[in-house]
Each structure stands twice: as structure tokens, then as C-alpha cells.
Ligand binder design. Structure first.
Ligand code: BGC
Length: 697
């Protein structure tokens, strides 16, 4: 489109929303408005100026639950369904998925995010984006970047070093952007290293557009822009929602005064118009409420995690002799989603107790806990604990629920604890009171039916934890640096987030990352390495069909920098009939083995030995081997600020030192090895002169 056909005022208007949920139209130029709606696990199409009520839509499992499926195919299917619902409601962009890496168990919005691991989060996010966009509807990955807490979320500066950003907090965005090409990216509320994400040029332009090749539109989080002129300069395209036009006036004034180039504004306008053009041609649709409810239920069943199963007490087998007691308010008033902008007006909601009665038609449901053969106890976080805008203040279950679990265990009947929560809850205080624990999560409107299927074995549990359950909150690597103070939160644990940190110091955990049981068992054999290809055979050794998530971890114990003992670099969910086997193959890239080197300013693959592990969880490694990467060790360019040791470690450097000074000064290495070579002339007795230093270079 010829931007000259659009007047300055209209260009400015195009880069600000026209109401809470629409971009502006410029009819004279044939530019129609585009509708954006939340996201991320169901459509929340609100009235134009209403934040709180919305049209009925399917509530799928929240990201924290769905991530436990470790199933990109499922994430894609949900993406397709979200796209279809968007078409049915005339929405052009779904504001999701949310893909921030979980840094700390208490972040109030953890339920909207996938995982503590960037590889898992990135693959699920890319699949969901592909699914949404297959329907000619745009996705919006959010919140870019380092939005890992709700406390002070609109002001706090996340202070994160570059290696940690590159290895932990950015890769999920990078994967989603480079593989799935989302139409939009939403910037975060917070500052990153002192600069608002909405005004962060390195983030929005140098990294997102130049390095990753993003060609879509950057939209602000709602209310995240503090200075729209600075935001436009940084690479933000659309401010949402409108602010009585105040920022339009500021942009016009800046252009008139020559403080902002019209070219900068036009770049943003072009990105908004590209979105308008992409959104054209979307076919209207109808809401397949029943079909999507069935998908929500299937997804919930695939996402539930069986943490323990002593006895085994599960699955429950129907029969006239079976007496079941069900306790806890969530059995009849299910918790299946969190609070805030993601809250969906669900089309229908399965009631767990009703579903359990249907799934166990011959069993007798008793009220007296002492009379039952088994007690199914629903526990979890209260409404308002998993919510946008507020972090949780404890990782524990409410004290009353813990006391109730203990009382139930006192009856001597096996207790099956069903945990409904959108993020980690501690199990340490009551684990021994439960024979079985099912992590139900906030698994959407079909979670009641899915739970009945899982408890009775109609669905064999196949979920695996996407975040570690620590024994104590204090064990969490980010514990001492959360949620920060005086406007700053320091990501002091660096790359040691989640299992990377627990494993690095050998902390005992309640349930590790990647853990989840099945009603069948799997064996792992025949690990083979061929170049960068790693393969093994997985066999269903039990007597019922089931699915296993095979996890590939990589470790680099001899790196120049401290690296986590293991990092997830591949996974595959395989469904197997009893007795069946499948060969699973992974291919490692250079990047999978590299770390971000600040000294080298890029990804660095060091030659040497790497540890390869195949596990059923991060703490249940079934097969392990090493691979050797050939090559010359990387060499930093030598400067006068390089230390004597660094000069001596480099064969060319050592030779040069000897040639220029007549000595290699090996004898000084122990005492002065850590000194930059520039300070050595200060010790005149060494005979190194400033001229020699110049000659060295
Ligand atoms: C949230 C976003 C959401 C937006 C629009 C903000 O408060 O942070 O995730 O998309 O509101 O509802």
C-alpha cells in the first residue's frame, strides 16, 4: 500500500487501538479495523469497552496443564480449535500463547505459561501458533520478555544477564517466531535491564526483527506503553488500548518538532497494515461446541500427571462391591481455569463427581469416609490464588485441606489426592497421607470427565511434569531473588532455573521435572549414537496400552563456563500397545550443544565430551553415553587486557611473547598468571617494557 495516500493524522491513529479490542480503520485508504481477543487457552471475545464479560467459548486446559501432555500435536489441535472459534466470532488475532519461562513457583500467572524449560515451551508454543494460523487467524506470542512475576509487573526491572536471556528466557520466543512465524508479538509490561519492554530497541528491533527475522506486528500489552514516541523508535507498532488519544498528540508533536522521524512512524504503520492485509480472506465459521468440548476433555486427560500410585490404588475398577467416598468442594464446583484476562466464559463444564458416578455405574458412593474402600479427595488452590495481577504468597495447600487429608488418612482407607492448581503446590506436608496423587492442574472445561477417565483407567495417564515440585520453597533457585525490591528483580540464579538449578546443587525434590507415572510400564534399550543422531528403543512392558514421553538431555561437564548438568534438547511422546516397541530418534544440532558466550558474543560449541542421557524424567535417566565433538578449542583474541595465563595458554600467544620479550614468563604463571599483561611493565625487574607490549599486538 502507498503510505503517501494516508495523511499524517491517520498514520498516527493507525498505531493506536480504536477501542479496547480493535485497531483503527482508515476508510478513505481502504483500511478496515481488526479485532484482537484473549487468549491464551480459550477465546475471550469481550464487548468493545468491557473487560469482564465475554461470549461463550471453549475453555481448553491452561498452558501449565497442557504442557504436561508434552504433545505438540495436541497443542496444534487446540490451536486449530482456537482459530476456528476466532473465525466464528469474527476475531482476527488470538492473544496467545503465553510462553514466559517459569522462574519461580509463586508467579500468579504461571498457569498461563508452559514450563520451566525453554525447549518444551518453545515447541508447544510453535505448534499452537501453527494451529491458530492454519485457520487464517493470527497468533500473538506474549509477554516479550522476562515477564516472570506479577508483583510490581508494570514497573519492575527484570535484571538479567545476556547469557541467561539467550539460554533461558528468549529461546521459546525464538522458536515460536522462527518456526511458526506468528503474525504478532506482545511486549511485556516490565522493564528489561532498566528499559521498558515496550521501549526496548534491542529487544523489539535488533533481536526480534533483525536476528530472528520477525515480519509481523508488535503490539503492547494493555497499558504497557509509557512513552509512545520512545516505543515507536524502539520498534513497537501498535499501542493498546487507546488512552483518550493522549499519545497520538505526543507523537504528532514529536514529528512536528523533528524529534521523531515520520519514517519511523511509517515503519510501524506498514506493520499494522500488513496485519490488516493478512487478516483479509478469513472465512467465517461456526462454533463446534460439542466437538471442541470433546477435544478439551481429550487434552485434559492427556495432560494429567499421576505423581504416585502406591498399592497400586489406581485405577478404580467398577463393580457392585466398590465403595467410593468423594470429598472436597472442587468435586462439585470444579476449578478449571485461572483469573484475569484469560478467563473464558466456558460453553459447558464437566462436574467431576457426576462424571465419576457415570464412569463407575455399579459402584456405591458413600458419604462416611470410614465405610469406603477408597477416598478420592479433591484439594487445590482457592480461587484467586492462580490469577493475573498477583503473585501467590505460599506454595502450600490451605492448612484446612492438609488437615483434612491427614484426617482422611487416619481412617486407614487409601486416599487418592486430586490436586487442582495452575502451578506448583507443595506436597511435602501431606504426601505420606495420600496413596495416590493425581495432578489435575487447571485443565479446562472438560477436566471433570477427563479426571473420571484417568481415575478409572479409561484413559491411561501419560502426563509428565513441566515444572519441578520442590520439597521446600526455599530450595527454589530463584528464592532469594523473588520478587525483588525497590523496583528491581535480579535474576541472580542465572541459567540455573528449575531442574537446571536443582540438579546443579543436587537438591532433593518432591517430584522432578519430567516425572509422571502410567498404569503400564516402559523399558528403554539399545541406545545408539551415529554422528549427531541418538536413538533408542522404548517398549511397553505392561499389560495395557499407554504413552511414554522419552526425554533427551545433554550435559557439557568440561565447559569453560558453569553449565547445568542436564538440559532438555529433545522429547517424543510415543503410544504403544502392550508388548509393542518403537525406535525413537533425535538429531542434535550445534545449537543444542552450545552455550551463549558473553566473551565471544555468540553461541559457542566447544569441542570435547558431552553427556547424552535418555530419561523417563530428569531424575530417572534410563540410558546414557557420551559423544565427542572434534575441533580446535575456541580462542579469544588476545589483547593487552588478556591475562598472562591466557597468553601462555594460546600457543601463538606464547610464541609471540617469547619472540618479543625473549622469555615466555612461564615461571610467573602461578603468581601473576591472573594479571592482565598490560600491568606487567609496572614490575620493572621483569624487563617487560611498554614498547614490547605494543610490539606484542
Ligand atoms: C494481559 C495480556 C492480555 C491483555 C488484554 C493484559 O492485562 O497481560 O496478557 O492479553 O491484558 O486482555
Amino acid at each position: 500500500m502507498d503510505l503517501n495516500a494516508i495523511g499524517l493524522g491517520d498514520k498516527v491513529r493507525l498505531t493506536l487501538g480504536s477501542d479496547m479490542w480493535h485497531t483503527a480503520a482508515v476508510e478513505s485508504a481502504g483500511i478496515e479495523q481488526v479485532a484482537l481477543s484473549d487468549g491464551p487457552h480459550g477465546l475471550r471475545k469481550a464487548a468493545p469497552d468491557d473487560f469482564f464479560s465475554s461470549e461463550p467459548a471453549t475453555c481448553f486446559p491452561t498452558a501449565s496443564a497442557l504442557a504436561c501432555s508434552w504433545d505438540p500435536g495436541l497443542a496444534m489441535a487446540i490451536g486449530v480449535a482456537l482459530g476456528e472459534e476466532a473465525r466464528a466470532q469474527d476475531v482476527a488475532v488470538v492473544l496467545g500463547p503465553g510462553i514466559n519461562v517459569k522462574r519461580h513457583p509463586l508467579c500468579g500467572r504461571n498457569f498461563e505459561y508452559f514450563s520451566e524449560d525453554p525447549h518444551l515451551a518453545g515447541r508447544l508454543a510453535a505448534a499452537m501458533v501453527e494451529g491458530i494460523q492454519s485457520q487464517h487467524v493470527g497468533a500473538c506470542v506474549k509477554h516479550f520478555a522476562a515477564n516472570n512475576q506479577e508483583t510490581d509487573r508494570m514497573r519492575v526491572s527484570a535484571d538479567v544477564d545476556e547469557r541467561t536471556l539467550r539460554e533461558i528466557y528468549l529461546p521459546a520466543f525464538e522458536t515460536a517466531v522462527t518456526r511458526a512465524r506468528p503474525w504478532t508479538v506482545m511486549c511485556a509490561y516490565n522493564k528489561l535491564n532498566g528499559v521498558y519492554a515496550a521501549q526496548h530497541r534491542w529487544l523489539l528491533t535488533e533481536l526480534l526483527r533483525r536476528e530472528w527475522g520477525f515480519d509481523g506486528m508488535v503490539v503492547s500489552d494493555w497499558g504497557a506503553v509509557h512513552d509512545r514516541v520512545a516505543a515507536l523508535e524502539a520498534g513497537l507498532d501498535l499501542e493498546m488500548p487507546p488512552n483518550f488519544g493522549i499519545s497520538d498528540t505526543a507523537v504528532l508533536a514529536a514529528i512536528e518538532k523533528g524529534e521523531l522521524s515520520e519514517k519511523v512512524l511509517e515503519a510501524a504503520v506498514a506493520n499494522v497494515i500488513r496485519l490488516v492485509e493478512r487478516a483479509r480472506g478469513r472465512q467465517p465459521g461456526t462454533l463446534d461446541a460439542d466437538g471442541h468440548h470433546a477435544l478439551a476433555r481429550r487434552a485434559a486427560a492427556a495432560s494429567m500427571v499421576l505423581l504416585k500410585n502406591s498399592g497400586p490404588v489406581l485405577p478404580l475398577v467398577d463393580g457392585p462391591g466398590l465403595k467410593v467416598a468423594v470429598t472436597g468442594e472442587f468435586a462439585t464446583e470444579p476449578r478449571f481455569q485461572g483469573g484475569g484476562s484469560s478467563r473464558v466464559n466456558a460453553t459447558e463444564v464437566d462436574i467431576p463427581l457426576d462424571e465419576l458416578r457415570t464412569a463407575l455405574p455399579s459402584a456405591r458412593f458413600v458419604d462416611d469416609p470410614a465405610e469406603a474402600d477408597v477416598i478420592v479427595a479433591f484439594v487445590g488452590l482457592e480461587e484467586g490464588q492462580d490469577t493475573e495481577g498477583k503473585d501467590r504468597d505460599t506454595m502450600d495447600l490451605p492448612a484446612g485441606q492438609v488437615a483434612e487429608l491427614r484426617r482422611l488418612a487416619g481412617t486407614g482407607r487409601p486416599v487418592v489426592a486430586v490436586v487442582c492448581a495452575g502451578s506448583v503446590v507443595s506436597t511435602a506436608a501431606w504426601d505420606d497421607a495420600a496413596s495416590a496423587i493425581v495432578m489435575c492442574g487447571l485443565a479446562g472445561q472438560g477436566s471433570g470427565g477427563a479426571l473420571a477417565e484417568v481415575l478409572t483407567g479409561a484413559a491411561n495417564p501419560s502426563g509428565k511434569l513441566a515444572e519441578t515440585i520442590p520439597l521446600r520453597l526455599e530450595d527454589c533457585p530463584a528464592y532469594l531473588n523473588f520478587p525483588g525490591e525497590e523496583g528491581h528483580v535480579r535474576y541472580g540464579e542465572g541459567v540455573f532455573v528449575g531442574y537446571r538449578g536443582y540438579d546443579a546443587v543436587g537438591t532433593q525434590v518432591a517430584y522432578p521435572f519430567g516425572h509422571g507415572l502410567s498404569y503400564t510400564t516402559f523399558s528403554y534399550d539399545d541406545l545408539q549414537v551415529s554422528g549427531r543422531e541418538i536413538s533408542c528403543t522404548v517398549t511397553n512392558t505392561g499389560d495395557r496400552e499407554g504413552a511414554e514421553v522419552v526425554q533427551l538431555y545433554v550435559g557439557d561437564p568440561h565447559a569453560r563456563v558453569a553449565r547445568p548438568p542436564r538440559e532438555l534438547k529433545g522429547f517424543s511422546k510415543v503410544s504403544l500397545a502392550p508388548g509393542a516397541s518403537r525406535r525413537v530418534t533425535f538429531t542434535l544440532t550445534d545449537r543444542d550443544l552450545s552455550y551463549w558466550s558473553v566473551a565471544f558474543g555468540g553461541w559457542l560449541l566447544e569441542p570435547g565430551e558431552f553427556r547424552i542421557e535418555i530419561g523417563a524424567s530428569s531424575r530417572d535417566i534410563r540410558l546414557a553415553t557420551t559423544i565427542h565433538i572434534e575441533g580446535e578449542p575456541p580462542r579469544l583474541p588476545l589483547t593487552l587486557m588478556s591475562t598472562l595465563s591466557e597468553w601462555l595458554d594460546d600457543p601463538v600467544g606464547r610464541e609471540r611473547l617469547r619472540a618479543v620479550t625473549g622469555n615466555d614468563y612461564e615461571f610467573l604463571n602461578e603468581f601473576l598468571g591472573s594479571s592482565p599483561i598490560s600491568v606487567l611493565p609496572a614490575f620493572s625487574m621483569l624487563g617487560i617494557t611498554p614498547d614490547m607490549l605494543k610490539a606484542l599486538l
